[in-house]
Design a protein around this ligand. Structure first.
Ligand code: ITT
Length: 202
């Protein structure tokens, strides 16, 4: 009799634990090569982000959604950290003001004419097993600068004020493929995708 050991059962379905359509669109693009059906988390399932780091919040979201659905789940916690604002809005990026336009306005007002405009986007991605335990995680970072006023219409969130000097463009002025190759989320998925393939398909 052959003795086969399965360390992780290959899932058919992966629940994407986000309520942010911009993020969802990007995550779907990165996961297009993975042979899994993606399903959005149930709308009523709101997870309170009580963690103090991106990673802690990503773990919380993936774990709670996995347990609630009994399926594998993937979560992203991300945000913008502005150097001259001591890292704000950071983990509070989605809660910095009621609307995206007001969030951008608040960052620009707080920075004012300050010439130090360095900032980074950070993204933590976590995958949880159906029992809520964490199977994989990765973090990505993208460094740039905050403009004095928004530019471009693509992307989502703070993209119109996040400028990459080497491209002479904001994230909101780039086609999705370019943002994906430079972005914090792109960096995190570059680490995570080979790990996912190894975990489930090797
Ligand atoms: P979920 O928790 O449901 O996934 P959320 O929008 O609340 O959605 P976060 O708590 O992780 O997610 O907050 C991330 C915020 O950071 C997001 O709302 C944007 O304001 C900002 N952000 C993250 N990635 C971004 C990107 O690629 N471009 C622009 N803004 C981004």
């Amino acid at each position: 009799m052959t003795n086969i050991t399965f360390t992780e059962k290959t899932p058919n379905l992966l629940i994407v634990a986000t309520g942010n359509p911009g993020k969802l669109q990007e995550m779907q693009a990165y996961l297009a090569d993975i042979n899994l059906q993606l399903q959005l988390k149930p709308q009523h399932l709101e997870i309170e982000e009580t963690g103090e780091t991106f990673l802690a919040n990503a773990r919380l979201k993936a774990s709670e959604v996995a347990k609630a659905t009994g399926e594998w789940a993937i979560a992203d916690d991300s945000g913008l950290a502005v150097e001259a604002l001591d890292g704000r809005p950071g983990i509070y990026s989605a809660r910095y003001a009621p609307t995206v336009a007001e969030q951008i306005e608040r960052v620009l007002t707080e920075l004012g004419d300050n010439p130090h405009r360095r900032a980074k986007f950070v993204c933590a991605i976590t995958i949880a097993r159906p029992d809520g335990t964490i199977a994989l995680e990765a973090e990505g970072t993208c460094h740039g600068e905050i403009l004095h006023s928004p530019r471009g219409n693509a992307g989502f969130g703070y993209d119109p004020i996040f400028y990459l000097p080497r491209e002479n463009k904001t994230f909101a002025e780039m086609p999705p493929e370019s943002k994906h190759s430079f972005s914090h989320r792109g960096q995190a998925f570059q680490i995570l995708l080979p790990q996912m393939k190894k975990l489930w398909y090797d």
